[in-house]
Ligand binder design. Structure first.
Ligand code: 13P
Length: 330
């Protein structure tokens, strides 16, 4: 097994999942502000220290995705974040995209940027201790979206990113996120997710990306959050797995879902229901951001007296998701 394949397998096996703590400075700052914490560099660091020092984190978390700011910061004990994670048996990842920007000729659609200079940045991140990377593309559903232009541009960028990561020694997490925003139906989400994943795997093949050395991070197939018809847990699980079976080659070692704005409990239930749909050719796990850390942030609110309670809130979600991965067959 190559190192890339080993890292990819480590990230998705043994019931564990990936914790996404890689919010950009802007997003992290607004999340801190939403709970009354001043959005300073130091407060972003402290909050990330709370996450990675959560007791027994490594029982249910295999990797933590860091932001560029965080991978250069230190914990209060002087260790870097990758050093602290390595000390507890958790892999350090790094978000390498530089954000979704308006796509020319496609009003209201975005293309993710960050390819310029990426080869050099990958080399630097490997030196800083990262073993895997993330790039997120966003696709919006409406009557006129997504356009083929947006889907193909984003798929192309994802594949070029994945190729550069593998060349430089990082396992790429390939994240084409079909957003929950809007009132679209479950069927529309399925149709768009299917088309997006097909296009992404076509581009990955064109760039000769080694599928055994990557992780796919898709959305679950759900109805838009403003849709009046919300499917049940079993239906979401079944339609999501059906869509993935149609599009994702079995050589991909693992699929790690984003939570995308689902409540923590609902995201966990969906993950659990999917485990019953044997036989699955890939590991199905989580790479949640909000669904893992949301309750911890709400509990902490910058109050040092709530540090341990916040870590318990994170632990509870992580343990629940790891347990969902071995949901007993019903
Ligand atoms: P959410 O689980 O909050 O959607 O975040 C996952 C992620 O990494 C988005 O890029």
């Amino acid at each position: 097994m190559s190192t890339l394949t080993e890292v990819a397998h480590t990230l998705v096996s043994n019931r564990r999942g990936i914790l996404a703590a890689d919010e950009s400075i802007g997003t992290m700052s607004s999340r801190l502000e939403s709970v009354g914490v001043e959005p300073t560099e130091e407060n972003r660091r402290v909050y990330r220290e709370l996450i990675v020092t959560t007791p027994k984190l490594s029982d249910s978390v295999s990797g933590v995705i860091l932001a560029d700011e965080t991978i250069r910061q230190k914990l209060s004990d002087g260790q870097t974040f990758p050093e602290a994670l390595a000390g507890i048996g958790v892999l350090a990842g790094i978000k390498v995209d530089t954000g979704a920007k308006p796509l020319a000729g496609a009003p209201n659609e975005k293309v993710t940027e960050g390819l310029d200079g990426l080869r050099e940045r990958v080399t630097e991140y490997v030196r800083l201790g990262a073993t895997f990377a993330k790039w997120r593309a966003v696709i919006t559903i409406s009557n006129s979206m997504p356009t083929e232009r947006a889907v193909r541009s984003n798929a192309h960028a994802l594949a070029r990113y994945a190729g550069l990561c593998q060349e430089g020694g990082l396992v790429p997490i390939v994240e084409p996120e079909v957003l929950m925003d809007g009132d679209h139906s479950l069927a529309q989400c399925q149709q768009v997710t299917r088309a997006v994943l097909r296009c992404v795997f076509d581009e990955l093949a064109l760039m000769q990306v080694d599928l055994e050395g990557m992780i796919l991070k898709p959305n679950m197939v759900v109805a838009g959050k403003d849709s009046s018809e919300q499917p049940g847990v079993e239906e979401v699980a079944q339609v999501t797995v059906e869509t993935l079976r149609e599009t994702v080659p079995p050589s991909v070692p693992g699929i790690a879902f984003l939570s995308g704005g689902q409540s923590p409990e609902v995201a966990t239930s969906h993950l659990g229901a999917m485990q019953n749909l044997d036989p699955l050719p890939w590991e199905l796990t989580y790479s949640f951001g909000r669904a893992l850390v949301g309750p911890a942030l709400e509990t902490w609110r910058g109050n040092p007296d709530k540090w341990e309670a916040a870590q318990r809130a994170l632990s509870e979600r992580a343990v629940a998701n790891a347990a969902a991965r071995v949901e007993s067959k019903g």
